[in-house]
Structures are given as C-alpha cells and as structure tokens.
Design a protein around this ligand. Structure first.
Ligand code: ADP
Ligand code: 5GP
Length: 197
C-alpha cells in the first residue's frame, strides 16, 4: 500500500487554521487523519484533552523530546508545542493522509527533515493584517499581552510564506477549504502517478 501524504496547514495564530482544517476534513474521500499535538500551554474553555491537543507538563514534553518522539517542536509565546512522530508515521504507513496544524518554525524543521515529495506544505494567509487582529480578538481566548505577542509574531511568520509550496488566503471558510481540498486531491493524484512510473 502507498504511504500517505504529510500535509502541513500553517500560518499565523488566529488566521483560521483550526476552522479550515475541520472544514477540509469533512471530505471522507481524502482519507485524512489529524495529528493531535502535544502542548504545555493551558487548556482553553471548550478544549478537550486528546482532541485539540494532548495537554502535558514540561517534564512529559521534555521526555518525548529526549525519546526522539517529536517529528518537530517549537516554543510559541512561552509554551512548547510538538508533533508526536510515532502516530503520524503509523497512520501514513496505513495509507492515511496525515494533517499537521503547526506554526512556521516547526514546518521548516519538517521540510528539512523529510525531503521526500510526500510533504505538502500550505500557508494560510489572512486577507489583511486587520482581519487577523479582529479574528484573534474575536476568539477571546487570550489576554491583551498575549494578543500583542501573537500579532508581533504573525508579522514575522507572514514574511516566511515563500518557504511553502502553496499559499491560500482564508477570505471565506468555504472557499479556502475547497481550495485546499483541491490541492490535496491533486497531490494524491501526483503521488499515485509517480508511483506507477
Ligand atoms: P487558528 O487555528 O489559526 O489559531 P482559529 O481556527 O481558531 O485560528 O480561528 C480564529 C478565529 O477566526 C475564530 O473565531 C474563527 O471562527 C474565525 N475565522 C476563521 N476563519 C474565518 C474566516 N474565513 N472569516 C472570518 N472569521 C474566521
Ligand atoms: P494555540 O496556542 O493558538 O493553539 O497555538 C499556537 C501556535 O502553535 C499555532 O500557530 C499552532 O498552529 C501552533 N502549533 C500547534 N501545534 C503545534 C505543533 O505540534 N508544532 C508546532 N511547531 N506548532 C504547533
């Protein structure tokens, strides 16, 4: 069986990665599996351990890192985030197309580490910086200091979109999700045809 793709959905905090990822995953024909990350940040109201993230202590995070079980990891606004390697690899070997929803530094690590053609990197861009600020504020999950830090970081991250294979503007959830579904469909087809050559 062909190994599944590794699809990275990235972009600044608050651009809509989680919202778009959920919309993209509604198409069962894409055979997608979402890789739940580890994080040391606090759980937000409504988040479920094991669904949005595995909420772990600093020690548990460090243990995973030491065991070599993180495909990539990053520190974002004072907290650690990382992708468990074992599950993502297991699912890809089962033929599932694995989605990571991660920030820019982690993406660069994956692109450096996995030079295979099966990595599909997608940067989600806000229609404007003002829209991004409104989305972060509208979500009401962070205090003012944290919002300012996330916005400062977003400016830098948006300048790094050239490292990605695709840049998609999240102007409307339906349109952006449909564009990404189209990209994934095309990449599945490309991987299939390169296997039969
Ligand atoms: P991220 O996962 O990138 O941090 P979220 O998915 O949590 O972002 O989205 C941040 C906020 O922006 C949420 O309140 C979400 O409902 C809103 N949002 C997402 N996409 C759009 C869009 N296309 N238009 C308007 N609001 C959006
Ligand atoms: P949040 O605290 O808003 O959930 O996430 C902060 C940032 O960390 C977001 O840009 C999110 O995509 C990113 N992130 C979530 N999980 C991971 C991960 O496993 N690795 C990396 N590098 N970034 C992640």
């Amino acid at each position: 069986m062909a190994k599944g793709l590794l699809i990275i959905i990235s972009g600044p905090s608050g651009v809509g990665k989680g919202t778009i990822r959920q919309a993209v995953m509604k198409d069962p024909s894409l055979n997608l599996w979402y890789s739940v990350s580890l994080t040391t940040r606090e759980q937000r109201p409504g988040e479920v351990d094991g669904r949005e993230y595995f909420f772990v202590s600093e020690k548990e995070f460090a243990d995973n890192l030491k065991r070599g079980n993180l495909l990539e990891h990053a520190c974002f606004v004072g907290h650690h985030y990382g992708t468990p390697l074992d599950k993502a690899e297991e699912k890809r070997l089962e033929g599932r197309n694995v989605i990571l929803e991660i920030e820019v530094n982690g993406t660069l690590q994956v692109l450096d580490r996995l030079k295979d053609q099966d990595v599909v990197s997608i940067f989600l861009m806000p229609p404007s910086f003002q829209d991004l600020e409104a989305r972060i504020r509208g979500r009401c999950t962070e205090g003012e200091k944290c919002i300012e830090e996330r916005l400062k970081k977003a400016k830098k991250e948006m300048g790094m979109s050239a490292h990605y294979k695709y840049v998609v503007t999240n102007d409307s959830v339906e349109r952006a999700a449909s564009e990404i579904q189209g990209i994934i469909r095309k990449e599945i087809e490309l991987a299939r045809s390169s296997m039969t050559k």
